[in-house]
Design a protein. Structure first.
Length: 308
């Protein structure tokens, strides 16, 4: 390795420049990485370029020469396409580089994708994320990661740039995905419960802002109640996290639970409310829209929605 190679800034490719991926890509830039970014939406690439990044026309272009490729797509199918589909990153990544997969997926699929990539001489880190768009922009995410020691070592600087807390959960891909699914079970149930509670309060004719004030200082509060109910109070259902996310994630949880012969009735009931919300046309709206579904079913009146 010559001295130029030794002293060059680390290189990263980011695939998926949505609400989370954009913040992660910009956090990498602030940490001194040279970053190329790709998204299927050209406007997202343009936003990243306006922030000083380099746009790419294909995932493979973003991955070429990268030390680390961070994939911030929605699901396993998209992750597989990013890796092995036309214009995918697997062949473009240098041998020994690491693919950091942040999509929420079935742990068995994470293991399969990891084995397929690692057979080519590249590394795979199973690294789902939590924290939301605002924390992504600040480089303050939580990462639930698992993979080989070599994968962790290669991804270390990038993880430090994007996250305030990196949980190293094991040396096999799939463990991180399992932890994320436990988080999603709780998150999905808690959001549905918050929607149920605030819609019932509306049906009872209570002052909803006083309900929020009282409950957030009481034992029944949850992080999701405190975070999502303001969306309902403002009638603001812009998709910070969409209903369809929990249609997907709670569906995965049901599949996992069935395979393990494990009862998951609360997750199943919450899934039905997200499915109903999607059926009513709220699928791409914020997941707080589950409260609107309760309201429509019961005749409760919530604050009028703004344009979504």
């Amino acid at each position: 390795m010559d001295s130029t190679e030794e002293t060059r800034p680390p290189r990263a490719g980011v695939i998926g420049l949505g609400s989370m991926g954009l913040g992660m890509a910009l956090s990498l830039r602030r940490a001194g990485f040279t970053v190329a970014g790709y998204d299927v939406v050209p406007a997202a690439v343009e936003r990243f370029a306006a922030g000083g990044g380099r746009g790419a026309a294909l995932p493979a272009e973003a991955a070429a020469g990268a030390d680390v490729v961070v994939s911030v797509v929605v699901n396993a199918a998209q992750t597989e396409a990013v890796l092995f589909g036309p214009g995918g990153v697997a062949e473009a990544m240098p041998e020994g580089s690491v693919f950091v997969s942040s999509a929420t997926m079935d742990p068995a699929v994470a293991r399969r994708l990891a084995a397929r990539l690692e057979a080519t001489g590249r590394l795979y880190l199973d690294a789902p994320i939590s924290g939301g768009a605002a924390r992504a922009m600040k480089g303050e995410l939580t990462v639930m990661a698992s993979g080989s020691p070599a994968a962790f070592a290669k991804a270390h600087a990038a993880l430090d740039a994007m996250a305030v807390k990196v949980h190293e959960l094991g040396d096999e891909p799939g463990i991180g995905a399992s932890f994320k699914m436990i988080n999603q079970l709780l998150a999905g149930v808690h959001i549905a419960a918050a929607g149920e509670a605030i819609a019932l309060a509306a049906k009872l004719g209570l002052d909803l802002r006083r309900v929020y004030e009282v409950i957030t200082g009481s034992a029944g509060n949850s992080w999701m109640f405190e975070n999502r109910v303001p969306h309902v109070l403002e009638g603001d259902y812009r998709p910070l996290s969409a209903i369809e996310i929990f249609v997907k994630d709670l569906g995965i949880i049901q599949d996992m639970a069935r395979a393990e012969r494990f009862p998951a009735p609360l997750a199943a009931a919450a899934l039905q409310m997200y499915l109903a919300s999607a059926g009513l046309g709220f699928g791409r709206d914020d997941d707080a829209s589950v409260a609107r579904t309760y309201a429509l079913l019961s005749g409760a009146t919530l604050p009028e929605p703004k344009g979504t």
